[in-house]
Design a protein around this ligand. Structure first.
Ligand code: BES
Ligand code: ZN
Ligand code: ZN
Length: 487
């Protein structure tokens, strides 16, 4: 979808379709308000009404979209209203439309541009690659939207470009997470990372294969990955290595391409959506894509342990004790708690960079879905400054997080009787116990863990810019942290 900006008066354009975003307080011109009863449209957030104004120099039809009360408008409200609007344009099967704000967007023009682009691109998202025989109406695409503004066109345009970059990275992540597990095995996921790296300036990608993983002591990745026909991989992406006097942030993402549970096999219901278990890796790829495209002044290292968790004659077993890259021994009590096992190697690897922060994202526990639903990702951190950065970034980006404690007592429940740690903490504190296990491997480096099991893949979308299936959770919040780390 093309997005452009121009200055002008949206209601003075004789176009086929104009979207006009209005506050509850907005007074509409007579040519429009004459066409409906006042009660039909009151500017409530995400409400819409299609009207056909009179006059030769007016758009043939206008989609009114509500922004709610002017005083309380924020970025998320605009993102949602714009997404609502673009879906309405698509359902009317209009390929080219103009978009404007009757009383301005109520945000500074750069921020407004960003969230308009996000709303347009994310609201327009669908995953249709495997659909055959769609009717023209079902496969209809909106080709271009021109944003019409009365002033600040340059600033708006700058914001739109940034928002497009971020939204396209979210789309990249959504597409990868929606892709069937068969088509994104660890070697294929690694190839995807290599291709992404080649498409970006200043990004290097290194992939470690099975022999190197065994030789170098990646005991966690090898243990989980050896039960599958598809070999595991460890993916290292690096942006900004040549920059001086910039912070280093390691992003670690769980790249479990399909989680059957292994020998502790999942139920049919539990397994149905487990292609999404690489959502953390998709978020890491997306964030690196943004960092490189926006040329952020920061050194970002993306680390993705990738494996497929399968039951077979070569699978790791409950009772096995494995030695992680750090030398820490792990007693396996449940092969379905495999995320923390592969992440143990990756987190220890991250410490080699002496980073200013390690931010790790994983679809780690079902327990986080019980706690937070799909409304927020769980945040657990060893450093409150870092946690505060992530919380602020979540609020600003709409990719929200909610913090849970990570007190020392939680570390106790991860200890094993016969090894250093065990991979299953029992009935209590499932999500925090998993985070405490991970924190062990991050050492003393500032560490934040985002459990995106509830947010990465959803069955009932809550926002107009979400779609059933992959959400791209993590891309926007991490991107926002990286942008602010440079400040
Ligand atoms: N990948 C799952 C967690 C998950 C659940 C992600 C639902 C997305 C949606 C993880 O590997 C897992 O199986 N966790 C177990 C851990 C348990 C065996 C300690 C869980 O949460 O049930
Ligand atoms: Zn599992
Ligand atoms: Zn898993």
């Amino acid at each position: 979808m093309e997005i452009s900006v121009r200055s002008g008066d949206i209601l003075g354009e004789a176009t086929d379709l104009a979207v006009l975003a209005c506050f509850e307080e907005t007074t509409l011109p007579d040519a429009i308000s004459d066409q409906f009863e006042a009660a039909d449209f009151k500017g409530k957030a995400n409400s819409t009404l299609v009207v056909y104004p009179r006059g030769d120099t007016t758009p043939r039809r206008v989609v009114l979209v509500g922004l709610g009360e002017r005083d309380s408008v924020d970025a998320e409200r605009i993102r949602q209203a714009v997404a609502t609007a673009v879906r309405q344009v698509r359902s009317l099967q209009v390929g080219s439309a103009v978009l404007g704000f009757a009383d301005g967007p109520g945000l500074d023009p750069v921020s407004a541009g960003e969230v308009i682009a996000e709303g347009l691109i994310l609201g327009n998202y669908r995953y249709l690659q495997f659909k055959t025989g769609l009717s023209p109406a079902e496969s209809f695409e909106v080709d271009d939207i021109a944003v019409v503004a009365t002033d600040d066109v340059d600033a708006l345009s700058e914001g739109l470009a940034t928002g497009r970059t971020i939204a396209e990275a979210v789309v990249f992540a959504r597409d990868l997470v929606n892709r069937p597990g068969e088509l994104k095995t660890p070697p294929q996921l690694a190839a995807e990372a290599v291709a992404l790296g080649e498409s970006l300036d200043g990004v290097s990608v290194t992939v470690l294969e099975m022999d190197e993983l065994r030789d170098q002591g990646f005991g966690g990745i090898v243990a989980v990955g050896k039960g599958s026909y598809s070999e595991p991989r460890f993916i290292i992406m690096e942006y900004g290595a040549e920059l001086t006097d910039v912070p280093t942030v390691c992003l670690v993402g769980k790249g479990l391409t399909f989680d059957s549970g292994g020998l502790n096999i999942k139920t049919a219901d539990g397994m149905e959506t487990m292609k999404n278990d690489m959502g953390g890796s998709a978020a890491v790829f997306g964030a690196i894509k943004v960092a490189a495209e926006l040329e952020l002044p920061i050194h970002v290292v993306g680390l993705v342990p990738s494996a497929e968790n399968m039951p077979s004659g070569r699978s790791y077993r409950p009772g096995d004790i494995i030695t992680s890259l750090s030398g820490t021994t792990i007693e396996i009590l449940n092969t379905d708690a495999e995320g923390r096992v592969i992440l143990s190697d990756a987190l220890h690897y991250a410490t080699r960079y002496e980073p200013d922060a390690i931010i790790e994202l994983s679809t780690l526990t079902g327990a986080i879905i019980v706690a937070l639903g799909d409304m927020a990702s769980g945040l657990m951190a060893t450093d409150q400054d870092l946690a505060d950065r992530v919380i602020a970034a979540g609020d600003a980006s709409g990719d929200r997080v909610w913090q849970m404690p990570l007190w020392d007592e939680y570390r106790e429940i991860t200890k094993s009787e016969i090894a250093d740690l065990k991979n299953h903490v029992g009935a209590q504190a499932g999500s925090i116990g998993a985070a405490a296990f991970l924190a062990h491997f991050a050492g003393d480096w500032p560490f934040a863990h985002l459990d995106i099991a509830g947010t990465a893949y959803i069955s009932s979308p809550k926002k107009p810019y979400q779609y059933k299936g992959a959400t791209g959770a993590g891309v926007r919040v991490v991107t926002e942290v990286l942008r602010n780390f440079t400040a």
